[in-house]
Ligand binder design. Structure first.
Ligand code: NDP
Ligand code: HSE
Length: 436
């Protein structure tokens, strides 16, 4: 059969990795796809830059439209990133009848609903395995492997940069800024790294995971996001002493009231496998009603791990080229007319356990005041420890673990605790999940 010609927009970390993998493994990939896959054109902003890949034999351009308008190209790989220009490019590619493969989670989370409608209208595929958890085939696992299940919840470490930073800070005592700079140099971080450390990138990925897990529209604006910048070394140490580890998790859970979509630092028991996922590695636990909990683990960022997912999508598209578009796996796992508008809960209606750290005067009755406030909001304490003073000798850190409660009850209790004359500063709260 005739080779399939593909064009690549973007020759950076992921684009370069994709050229390398498609070239190095060409024969093996052709045995799987049933046809040779050839990169004929690629684009970048600055063609004089050195690349991580060999581009000989590929026609290079600075104008992505040269690729989109090339009638011989059947599949366009969007590996630029961002949501402005790139959204236009993807729509233009679909207009030109090209299938699209993208690693761009921001694009899918923000504009996926429109993009998939357009693609379906045109009988085309927009594949996005690389958009979530780098090289882990998590989209395929949920969309196809778990399609017999009702998914109850999923929880994942879905940002490699953030996990790399937390791991290096905990294991080597390194500074936040220093580790972030290394993550950028290694090509893990987003163009704007606040997306990584403030939970926006994980929020984009959670939006996608929740959509394919529960059959709901993509709705990034309803995801609660909290980043890792406020985690202190003390909290990491106290959590360890209590048998927990702090990880930055994306959590999607279906409850009777609606769906929780949240990204935040989370205490999880050290004995859980996911608590021991370190560095740039990602992991996602998915709980299905039939299969029970399942765990997916692998590199969450980087050139070739991400290229592995991009190339798998290319192979899927090539295999589907001759098939009937009506019988394809739906973009968001559920048939487009079966996507349900299940409500996404506001943060105040989340139900979770908490780790609290506060600084209180070393006086009789202080602890009683704090526990009285918590009890008045129906919050039960699971564990409580009082530590030696840190810097300020007058105040002692008190650490508490609570049982599950409503977020709005905890918000109200914290306001009252912070108002106590014997408590100084803010109460530091970190959510806690047992993932049992
Ligand atoms: P890079 O910044 O390394 O590469 C981006 C590429 O796009 C570069 O080749 C750049 O050209 C080109 N480019 C940038 N802006 C424009 C523009 N306006 N017009 C034309 N070309 C442009 O990004 P990554 O490879 O890291 O990321 C690409 C996508 O993959 C993003 O959506 C990202 O979120 C996603 N992703 C990244 C992962 C990673 O580990 N890095 C993992 C999973 C997904 P030039 O090289 O000349 O500057
Ligand atoms: N910046 C992202 C991360 C890239 O660190 O996880 C992979 O999506």
């Amino acid at each position: 059969m005739k080779p399939v010609k593909v064009g690549i927009l973007g020759l950076g970390t992921v684009g370069g990795g994709t050229v390398n993998v498609l070239t190095r493994n060409a024969a093996e990939i052709a045995r799987r796809a049933g046809r040779d896959i050839i990169i004929t054109r690629a684009s970048a902003r600055d063609l004089s830059r050195s690349r991580i890949c060999d581009t000989s034999g590929i026609t290079l351009t600075t104008d992505p439209l040269d690729i989109i308008n090339d009638p011989d190209i059947e599949i366009v790989l969007e590996l630029i990133g961002g949501t402005g220009l790139v959204k236009e490019l993807v729509f233009k590619a679909l207009e030109q009848g090209k299938h699209v493969v993208t690693a761009n989670k921001a694009l899918i989370a923000l504009h996926g609903n429109e993009i998939f409608n357009k693609a379906s209208e045109k009988g085309l595929i927009v594949a996005f395995e690389a958009a979530v958890a780098g090289g882990i085939p998590i989209i395929k696992a949920i969309r196809e492997g778990l399609s017999g299940n009702r998914i109850e919840w999923l929880a994942g470490i879905i940002n490699g940069t953030g996990n790399f930073i937390l791991t290096e800070m905990r294991d080597k005592g390194r500074d936040f800024a220093d580790v972030l700079a290394e993550a950028q140099a290694l090509g893990y971080a987003e163009a704007d790294p606040t997306f990584d450390v403030e939970g926006i990138d994980a929020g984009h990925k959670l939006t996608i995971l929740a959509s394919i897990a529960f059959g709901i529209p993509l709705q990034f604006d309803k995801v609660f996001t909290e980043g890792i910048t406020k985690i202190t070394r003390e909290d990491v140490e106290f959590a360890e002493q209590l048998g927990y580890r702090i990880k930055h998790l994306g959590i999607a859970r279906k409850t009777l009231e609606g769906i929780e979509l949240r990204v935040h630092p989370t205490l999880i028991p050290v004995r859980r496998l996911i608590a021991n996922v370190n560095g740039v590695m990602n992991a996602v636990v998915v709980k299905g009603d039939a299969v029970g909990p399942t765990l997916y683990y692998g590199a969450g960022a980087g050139a070739e791990p991400t290229a592995s997912a991009v190339v798998a999508d290319v192979v899927d598209v090539v295999r589907a080229l001759t098939g009937d578009p009506e019988n394809r796996v739906p973009h968001l796992a559920f048939q487009a007319d079966a996507i349900a508008d299940i409500p996404v809960l506001p943060a105040r209606e989340f139900k979770t356990a908490y780790y609290l750290r506060l600084n209180a005067e070393d006086k009789p009755g202080v602890l009683a005041d704090v526990t009285r406030i918590l009890a008045s909001h129906n919050i039960s304490i699971e564990a409580i420890i009082q530590k030696e003073p840190l810097d300020n000798k007058q105040f002692l850190p008190i650490i508490m673990l609570t049982q599950q409660t409503w977020e709005h009850e905890m918000d109200a209790a914290i306001i009252e605790i912070e108002a106590l004359a014997t408590v100084t500063g803010k109460v530091n709260r970190i959510r806690l999940e047992t993932l049992g």
